[in-house]
Ligand binder design. Structure first.
Ligand code: NAD
Length: 249
């Protein structure tokens, strides 16, 4: 399928995990792709690698301008860069709350603000935010992270409403636990990584973790002309975790 032929995409956090799989898939399907990341050294040509920190407005503005100039405009923004946090409200102090909100929420606001003038000139403009089932699932030990993803979900709906009349669609994906380097690091830090993996797998009705490729497929759908009538939605990619109401076996 070359359904992205002629389209230009910017993927934040595109050097690893879900973002890397998404950038690769969009390029494979014909898009010109720029990757914005803290460390894009793993990004291979023909993808355009841009060093930037989504928690720094000036660096985001410079990178987005570079992407638009090099690619000749922008049609797709995949707001994917994000970081994790564990614990209850008692475990993270104000500085940690500000830091994670700065990356996970304001990071998406900054890239959107910088990209919107370019997206307005596109005949096929789409923003896809990487949210999480944590936005609505009530996961234990994830108060700060869940709050940031709840904000990403609301932001997605509000932006969809604000920009629908400009022809800009805004949607998000809600992955369950996905088998990315991030989750690999969490497992490595657990006292018994194999037992922790088994517990995470058992949480998902499909009995396995979601793959980065599966999340990338959902993002690509929401970014593509195939989803032209879809805006203001969250697409779950969670092995049935939220939609199914199964009793534990
Ligand atoms: P990852 O750690 O494998 O990749 C994240 C990428 O984002 C890295 O390349 C990192 O360098 C980049 N990044 C981090 N902070 C940045 C910053 N300030 N500026 C620019 N780039 C930055 O993680 P992943 O698992 O692929 O997660 C990607 C997104 O998916 C995140 O938004 C995360 O919240 C979301 N998500 C992940 C899972 C999961 O289980 N892996 C589940 C739900 C949602």
């Amino acid at each position: 399928m070359n359904d992205f032929e002629g389209l230009r995409a910017l993927v934040t956090g595109g050097a690893s995990g879900i973002g890397r799989a998404t950038a690769g898939l969009l390029a494979e399907r014909g898009a010109q792709v720029a990757v914005l990341d803290l460390d894009p050294s793993s990004v291979d040509k023909p993808l355009l690698a841009l060093v930037a920190d989504v928690s720094d407005d000036a660096s985001v503005r410079t990178a987005v301008a570079q992407a638009a100039e090099t690619l000749g405009g922008l049609d797709i923004l995949v707001n994917n860069a994000g970081i994790g946090a564990q614990g209850t409200v008692e475990d993270n102090d104000d500085a940690e709350w500000r830091c994670v909100f700065d990356v996970n929420v304001l990071g998406m606001v900054r890239t959107a603000r910088a990209a919107l003038p370019h997206l307005r000139r596109s005949r096929h403009a789409a923003i896809v935010n990487t949210c999480s089932i944590a936005a609505t699932a009530g996961l234990p030990q994830r108060a700060l992270y869940s709050a940031t993803k709840g904000a990403v979900y609301s932001l997605t709906l509000a932006m969809a409403a604000d920009h629908v009349h400009e022809g800009i669609r805004v949607n998000c994906v809600n992955p369950g636990t996905a088998d990315t380097p991030w989750v690999g690091r969490l497992l490595d830090a657990a006292p018994d990584p194999a037992a922790e993996r088994t517990a995470l797998e058992a949480r998902q009705p499909t009995g396995r973790l979601v793959s980065s490729a599966e999340v990338a497929g959902a993002i690509a759908y929401l970014a593509s002309p195939l989803s032209g009538a879809t805006t203001g939605t969250a697409l779950a990619v969670d092995g049935g975790m939220q939609g199914l109401r199964l009793r534990p076996a």
